[in-house]
Design a protein around this ligand. Sequence first.
Ligand SMILES: Cc1cc2nc3c(=O)[nH]c(=O)nc-3n(C[C@H](O)[C@H](O)[C@H](O)COP(=O)(O)OP(=O)(O)OC[C@H]3O[C@@H](n4cnc5c(N)ncnc54)[C@H](O)[C@@H]3O)c2cc1C
Length: 467
Amino acid sequence: MDSFDLIVIGAGPGGYVCAFRAAQLGLKVALVEKRATLGGTCLNVGCIPSKALLHSSEQFVFAKSHAAAHGIKLASVELDLATLLKKKDDVVTKLVGGVAALAKARKITVITGAASFVSASVIEVASRPPGATSDTVIKLTAKNIVIATGSAPVELPFMKFDGETIVSSDHAIDFPSVPRRLVVVGGGAIGLELGSVWARLGAEVTVVEFLPKIIATYDDDIVRAFTRILQKQGLKIEVGAKVTGYANGVLTAERGAEKLSFSADKVLVAVGRRPFTDALNLAAAGVELDEKKRVKVDGHLKTNVPGIWALGDVVAGPMLAHKAEEDGVAVAEWIAQKAGHVNWDLIPAVVYTDPEVASVGLGEDAAKAAGLAVNIGKFNFAANGRALANDAADGFVKIIADAKTDKILGAQIVGRGAGDLISEIVTHMEYGGSAEDLARTVHAHPTMSEAVKEAALAVAKRALHAI
Ligand SMILES: Cc1cc2nc3c(=O)[nH]c(=O)nc-3n(C[C@H](O)[C@H](O)[C@H](O)COP(=O)(O)OP(=O)(O)OC[C@H]3O[C@@H](n4cnc5c(N)ncnc54)[C@H](O)[C@@H]3O)c2cc1C
């Protein structure tokens, strides 16, 4: 039986980054992945393909609806969906190949197959080579085993995925034709991003959300502005509506006593993701789950079993690739007796629509609900020169600072490039910066980032380019 310092189960951004960092630190590492390619949900069916589709569909909308206003005359604009999908596939292929090449260069033993525990220190990996009629099973042992098996889309029990009409994001990144009417159940990041893609490509898209607002973790003013912008783009948004079923091309829902129905050729169910531990046989190792079936871990991502760790989407916390990556680095460092660290209070979140929405730390509504005295600084992109030049005047930056100390507690942005703009504030918060520190930092002109500086100035009611 082959023996390693570390076996990582699952090669998503959490698992492969953990393996990479451990190899950098001199450990003998095996990385086990049941998919044919590395990169996990993120690279294969998540972050990357969705962003490729968002980018291509944005180009389509520009060519169709906005190019003329820039003096660019296009004779005709047609969609070639097969090429658009191929472009997305090419990006994925390039990236997963890149991860495989890096794993090889780092001398990581990559094993393709489904892992399950035999005991706390032994796993078996089953794989079926093409053409074989039974699985080949090998056993491996290690001093440390990391569970990085990620998550899977949540299924509604009364509307199971069939891959054709009732679909998950796995299918919605690959529709072979543009659906005429697409209903998206769930107004979170994944539903809104993929809903936007298909709306831009010509589908009539309705988003049905159970909660009173879409992207419910964001402040009310951000959500109001964002909702209006999406509606202007043609998305229909129904909130406070509980989906009850789908039959004969009609999705039904209820809003209190009101009965709602929506015609739909396809229904994308994007109501969240569940931690994925299926078929891992955790019982053989004695690993405990929490009440939400996530692997239970302590503040150092250790499970209840010595030598077994877990990270990324399979444990509590935001289900985000960059959070999984940071978990992965820290676990590798802890295993190698180094000082790993993740600041789980400062994980930025982004919705990659156009405009994007981004947040970090505490929102205004949450800060006020917690009884904190805060000062708020807001600045509209409509007053930013670069935003006007770039057709990106929708939205605003908001900074939440402690009223007494001026320390920045959080920020939320709705606007073009919000996902990039938020990074500056994350860095600032990482060093415990105040709104005044940020306001006195020089920002290049003309950039959208000047709106961040102005929002920081607005915390002390001294924005220069707004009243
Ligand atoms: C459509 C979509 C868009 C997204 N967009 C973003 C985004 O823009 N930004 C962002 O931060 N996050 C995004 N996410 C979320 C992001 O993909 C996840 O947070 C991230 O992939 C989690 O990483 P992970 O390593 O924990 O798990 P995963 O990426 O899920 O990887 C787990 C891997 O483990 C493998 N595995 C499972 N069980 C076994 C087993 N028994 N044996 C061997 N292998 C196994 C799986 O095949 C999988 O490859 C998106 C998700 C989706 C679905």
